[in-house]
Design a protein around this ligand. Sequence first.
Ligand SMILES: Cc1cc2nc3c(=O)[nH]c(=O)nc-3n(C[C@H](O)[C@H](O)[C@H](O)COP(=O)(O)OP(=O)(O)OC[C@H]3O[C@@H](n4cnc5c(N)ncnc54)[C@H](O)[C@@H]3O)c2cc1C
Length: 423
Amino acid sequence: MIAVADTYYEATAEPGEQHPALAGRRTADVCIIGGGFTGLGAALALREKGFVTILLEKSRIASGASGRNGGQIHTGLRRDQVYLERKFGRSDAWKLWEIGQAAIAKIDDNLARYGIEADRRHGMIYADHRARIVRDTHHYVEHLKAHYAYDKAEKLERRGVRALIGSSDYHGGMVDHGGGHLHPLKYARGLARAAVSLGAELFENTRVTRIEPGTKARVVTENGEVEADFVIVAGDSLMQGLVTEADARILPIVSTIGVTAPLGERLKDYLTTEMAVADSRFVVNYFRPTPDGRLLFGGGESYSSTSVPDPGRLVRTALKTVFPGLRDTPFDHAWSGIVGITPTRLPLVRRLHPNILLAAGYSGQGVALAPFAGSVLAEAVSGTLERFDVLEKLPVPPFPGGTALRHPLMMLAMLWYALRDRL
Ligand SMILES: Cc1cc2nc3c(=O)[nH]c(=O)nc-3n(C[C@H](O)[C@H](O)[C@H](O)COP(=O)(O)OP(=O)(O)OC[C@H]3O[C@@H](n4cnc5c(N)ncnc54)[C@H](O)[C@@H]3O)c2cc1C
């Protein structure tokens, strides 16, 4: 049975604590807009530094991408180090690499320090769906070793990948033992609990309608307002209409996930490892086993609208390509979520006004990066700008066509790339 609105994560996490809606006027050192990974990472880091922190979430905590994603932890940014070196030079590429490494270390630090149980597992497999790509992937493993002293990446030949993944779709690839996966909703709720335990105030069902810049910025909601020395904008692709710079640069794209019933011994026919997998398609397929023996499979994107009436159908089309043997296996859960992507696939980190900071647009790679970017914004609030400056420099131009035409134009571009996946 498909419970379309119900995610596997909701069904397997402790219920989140309820937080009141904001009513009336409040003051704070920092007001955060958005209760996903970015906002929660910022709230926690700000409380660790002692700032009076209020977070405003228009719906429930982690109801956006952070509570409904694939849970995969990737090393680095969406763009690989070779691209970053070519575009920005060795020195900045190295700084970005360090940020990526610190982002993963931060996950494990948060889990340990705040006693968050989030089904953390280690290892990411990158599986090549075309034999011609494998050589490049193997060069990349060597590149990481030679230039970043990274010894956690390992080449996979055809036989190696097929020993791990029961699919004739894959021809080789790499394992990154530095990546991994977790239960994103448990992690997000754990971050929220930790932030509250340190004194952060969280408000739910509180939509921000306007930000008024000033030495004391005003964050206006439907039934109240917060006056703050700093504002952190962390609404990613779900805050359309609030910040023009973000609207022009972040495109909301729907991605779908399905979770099978427990497969028992059959799971080993498809995956013989606890590691997560992402493949080399432009419309990427990503999957992993769950601790209770299901296959969680993400794939299939929609560019035409932000809601998908039947996410199970969309993701099944992708599933059938990789695992034809599962074509008729029912999903117990299927849902969609909105990924915020930027034209360069680089995150959008900006100082919008002297005291208004934004981080968003992780382009499908925010499980590690988003909470870390939140903590980088907290560093910037406290006057430490080293990492903020590195991220703020990343070029993220507006999408062509403005907010009206970007969707049709992007749709055409995406469909072209999706078609190339099949060639
Ligand atoms: C289906 C799917 C699969 C994905 N898989 C992966 C993966 O495997 N690995 C990976 O690294 N990344 C993945 N991602 C991306 C990752 O989930 C995101 O990059 C990350 O969660 C972004 O966090 P965020 O806090 O910036 O945004 P969100 O989690 O979207 O949080 C933004 C919050 O702001 C709130 N908000 C918006 N506007 C307002 C307003 N006006 N007032 C108050 N609140 C507001 C929203 O309600 C929302 O809760 C996936 C995303 C999706 C959708």
